[in-house]
Design a protein. Structure first.
Length: 180
């Protein structure tokens, strides 16, 4: 996220589609195939973004915005991001992210689930889950601060998964459900 923006708008896919089709943009109409080819992605991947089933990676979104002659204020909310750091960097927060990601992997394996199965259940792509489990998720939206810690200094906040399935799995709650 560029400086000055806290998060992407929840209707990002619709915004992009409206601009691509010419409903609200000045560039459109342009086909999904043409836009996807110009930004180096598949038409199916673009469709998933436009339908709100997945979030684009930062570089992909930058490329889409460029091709549609759009800018960040059209797709993001201004403000300071409340998201924690995303990489294992040796800091206390980085260590917390790393431990959380290791818990996720251990619990997934204990249930005998593949990344594809976890992807199906959580709605997060298997490739992204692989990066998450390695604590290499970059600026992923799957992490957030624990809601009880928002008034604490950043370095004291607990990192949790924003996705309910991932949160429940990392906490061992899904294994308990499977055993009952």
């Amino acid at each position: 996220m560029p400086k000055g923006f806290s998060h992407l708008r929840p209707d990002l896919g619709k915004i992009l589609k409206d601009h691509r089709t010419g409903v609200k943009g000045t560039v459109g109409p342009i086909s999904q195939e043409a836009l996807a080819a110009s930004v180096g992605m598949t038409r199916a991947a673009l469709s998933r973004i436009e339908n709100g089933h997945t979030w684009p990676q930062a570089q992909t979104l930058d490329n889409i915005l460029h091709e549609l002659d759009m800018d960040w204020p059209q797709v993001a909310v201004e403000g300071v991001s409340s998201a924690p750091s995303r990489r294992f960097d040796g800091t206390r927060q980085g260590t917390r992210v790393f431990v959380l990601c290791q818990q996720l992997r251990a619990e997934r394996r204990a249930l005998g689930w593949s990344l594809a199965e976890l992807s199906r259940r959580s709605g997060v792509s298997a490739s992204h889950l692989s990066r998450v489990e390695r604590a290499e998720a970059g600026k992923s939206g799957v992490f957030t601060w624990h809601h009880d810690d928002l008034d604490c200094p950043r370095e004291d906040r607990r990192v949790v998964f924003s996705n309910k399935v991932l949160a429940d799995l990392a906490a061992g709650r899904l294994r308990e459900d499977e055993e009952e």
